[in-house]
Design a protein around this ligand. Structure first.
Ligand SMILES: [Zn+2]
Length: 139
């Protein structure tokens, strides 16, 4: 499963980071950036994360996914910036076009293809193991 190996890579990176920069308290959320060109199921990723983090110091943490747009660079004219998007009323999604919006040349993708950890939310306050969750409204 694609998402499982991505979650595994994220956990390895996070474990390494926490080894060098330990945090006080419980990691509540892990903020990640997902490039638009990376196709994955966020649900499957969250599920893989839950399974893989069991028994680790980040067990129970939640993945917060932020989508980042595709950035391209054109070697021919030097354009660097967002890709142009093609959207059509008949389509259910927009597709980034990887041709240079300035000269039409072939471009390199400089961002938008991968998954990266950008931050952590650490619960430093609450009592260890305490239940601080707000009541869930019915429905
Ligand atoms: Zn160009």
């Amino acid at each position: 499963m694609h998402e499982y190996s991505l979650a595994h890579a994220l956990l390895e990176g996070l474990t390494e980071h926490l080894g060098r920069h330990p945090v006080q308290g419980r990691v509540k959320a892990v903020h990640i950036r997902k490039g638009e060109l990376l196709i994955l199921s966020e649900e499957a990723l969250a599920e893989a994360w839950r399974i893989l983090t069991e028994g680790t110091p980040v067990a129970g943490s939640e993945l917060r996914i932020e989508k980042v747009p595709v950035q391209i660079r054109c070697p021919a004219c030097g354009y660097e910036g967002p890709a142009r998007y093609v959207s059509d009323e008949g389509w259910h999604f927009t597709v980034p076009v990887l041709a240079c919006p300035r000269c039409g040349g072939r471009t390199e993708v400089v961002a938008g293809r991968d998954l990266a950890i950008v931050g952590l939310t650490v619960d430093e306050g609450g009592p260890p193991g305490g239940e601080g969750a707000p009541p869930v409204p019915p429905g």
